[in-house]
Design a protein around this ligand. Sequence first.
Ligand SMILES: Cc1ncc(COP(=O)(O)O)c(C=O)c1O
Length: 413
Amino acid sequence: MAELAVRGGAPVRPQGYPAWPVHDERDAEAAARVVRSGRWGGFPEPGPLAAEFAERFAAYQGSRHGVVMSNGTVTMEVALKALEIGWGDEVIVPALTFSATPYAAMAAGALPVFCDVAPDTLTIDPDQVEAAVTSRTRAIMPVHLGHQMADMDRVTEIARRHSLAVVEDCAHAHGQRWRDRGAGSFGEFGSFSHQSTKLLTAGEGGSLLTDQEQLARRAHSLIDCGRPKDPDEKQYTFGANYRLGELHAALLLLALERFPAQQAERAVAGRRFQELAAEVPGVRLLPPDPRISRWSFYRYILLIEPEAFAGAGNERVCEALEAEGVGAWVGYEPMSRYDLFQPALSRLPVAVEHASRLDPGTMSFPVAEDAALRRTVYLDENVFRAGQRGVEDAVEALAKVQRHADELAGGSS
Ligand SMILES: Cc1ncc(COP(=O)(O)O)c(C=O)c1O
């Protein structure tokens, strides 16, 4: 008889993990208050609740200004446009991230130039960044992936030396701190997503943080159809409506109140998980960079060795973990797999001299490809919101899948 739940055996955790997002009557009341107020939208921009959330969240991350908008993709597009980055410019992006990061560069009119990631963190490899800089490079967009942060010491140093802007993609990094400085506060802009799975959510939404008042004003203008936000400034030609409504802002304010306790709980559980999971054969942990001084993670990313799982890759292992009751996902594909970024498929008007930098035939990211296509397992945040037992069950599920990996019939996947 099969042992693994994916083959009909009894699951390790039939009750699953706590639901996300967390909510209670206060959220319903806050939404009802907005409805009754008649002030639903984001116009005039910003709405009062949007402004209150933006200020509080910026202060929590340690930035001077916050601008909220409709999601964590347009945040990055707006950041680049506010920096006047566009046609003919290059923006350096890691080869392992959600498509939103390079998409934002393209939406601003710039060319994303991909760099492989570092094997110990799966975040952008600073040596590759250094090698990718050309006279056209204008910005670096590090992504704080999973439970890690990009090496902000090296990224900011390279940016300073080459006079490049830094736009941090912090969609996974609400609450993270590097050497006691908040994610999103290192460069010109920090971008956060408030989409439904993210750590600070209203279902949809995004925050852009900056220390520079003028950049904040430009961002406000760009998301408000180009309306001038400063008496001395003219109307922006490329402004669009990316405003966030007040219903979302009301929910974000409550989410922010709950956030510090959730962050602390996940950090404790994450450390316990690492101690226990270190004993599971075939599992490689990527401990958080020691310079991360407050650990706040969206997904915990571990690597499996397919050889220790009877040749099964991350896809089969994630299926098996899900069946055991543990939320697990293989994660993002490497950028060399995305049609969107391949000129031959996307019909992107890429200048010939640039073409080889986006050509799938020449794009090669050995670290990102090996990790993403065979090894990465992203564990859901709720595994770390279920006490000691929640973590023990997740480790038992991993160990069980490894012990009975022969039931995951077939070669690698
Ligand atoms: C790394 C990363 N960047 C950007 C985004 C885009 O955020 P949004 O879905 O709010 O547009 C996401 C998530 O969706 C993400 O995971």
